[in-house]
Design a protein around this ligand. Sequence first.
Ligand code: ZN
Ligand code: ZN
Length: 297
Amino acid sequence: MSDTAAPERDVLAGRLAYLTVGLPTLGTAAAIAYAYADGLTALDLTLFAVMYLLTALGVEAGMHRYFTHRSFAAAAPVKVGLAVAGSMAAQGPIVFWVANHRLHHAYADTDRDPHSPQPRGPGLRGRLAGLWHGHLGWLFEVRKTEWNRHCRDWLSDRAVMRVNQHYFWVVLAGIVAPGLIGGLVSWTWHGVIGGILWGGFARIFALDHATWAVNSLGHTIGFREFRTRDESRNIGLLAPATVGGSWHNNHHARPSLAQTRRHWWQFDIAGRFIRILEQLGLASNVRYVDAESEPAR
Ligand SMILES: [Zn+2]
Ligand SMILES: [Zn+2]
């Protein structure tokens, strides 16, 4: 793969990756050590699960299907809620997430794809290097992106830009809030510390790797139901952890749909969540699968 024509690297974003990848990793190690030293409570696990579900929906229904692909229209409070929940996942501010994912779809598995896991050299070494790059290596060598070109629609949205500007505070709130709730519910220091470590750091770590696995494994192993021009795959095992994002070949076949499910057994929590929003009158113009527009299988 040649990088000669590739845009310049964004050095600051590359350096920030040490923080955004490193801190949740260290925090998860601390969470495990703390569980050994002081036990793992039902409250720790509940805070982990609730925060995971909230931010996973923020990423898959929010950052991905709403902000990037605009697969439905949302009422103002839902838009802000999705922006906040998605930002709490600490996968980058909205503009960064949207621009990189739109680039991914435009150039999937070519040199201009921000995170293609295709081999970066001969043999097993090249394959592993490609997988690493597609999973999280790309964050350290992220390229300069013209926000104006790839995310113009949101740059003029005040409410969304406000969340975007306060990204780091939103991430911090997502770490502190489960600590506060843990403390208030249990009235113990374990509640506070366990809430921060499990509901904050370990939750970010787990969701990050689940999301990144769609970029790395989801373009390497799994099943291809549709003959798309990229290497996208469906990985059923990852469907619960990615709240439906891992039906990635289905998604690449028709990225504008609010659903990734094509069969009743394909678990798509984010798609179900969007349907519930619609039934509550909080989402409209939801794009559903229609048999006549389906591409070749
Ligand atoms: Zn993809
Ligand atoms: Zn997409």
